[in-house]
Design a protein around this ligand. Sequence first.
Ligand code: RP5
Length: 173
Amino acid sequence: MTGALESPLHSSDTPLVGVVMGSDSDWRVMSDASQALTDFGIPHEVEVVSAHRTPDKLMRYGREARARGLRAIIAGAGGAAHLPGMLASVTALPVIGVPVQLATLDGMDSLLSIVQMPAGIPVATVSINGAKNAGLLAARILGTGDPEVADRVEAYARDLEAQVELKNRRLKE
Ligand code: RP5
């Protein structure tokens, strides 16, 4: 490799992103984040960590995440969704919050719980059930220090562009 940063993608299978959720019932949404990371070849781990049911585990996970080699955390939760914000309060890693829609309140409760962080403790909040974008955002974050990941993000964007043009051509046929 000439001059470029050595890609951590090649250095080990150590997870670079933590995908956590408040309950296994969130997996139907959060699996999209995991799939996006898999598609970009980014090693990641998946774990249920509940702010309310397993508070000690939450603190441990957040405090140890950086030392374990994670570069970002994607945290999804529904309802009184404190998981992303609490993780952000105990780690310097970027935390991406995914509001998970439950049967009541259309996911607005989850969205507002996650997005309304007090100044000083940021959570990058994606749309309700926007786990795919959370995975893509984590890839972009990793891409700032890894040209190989950044190249894949650019290739993905070019592919999206090509798909739109293909649909345009079909519309005009
Ligand atoms: C939240 O409560 C979880 O993130 C989940 O979205 C919601 C419901 O959890 P379960 O009752 O399905 O375990 O903490």
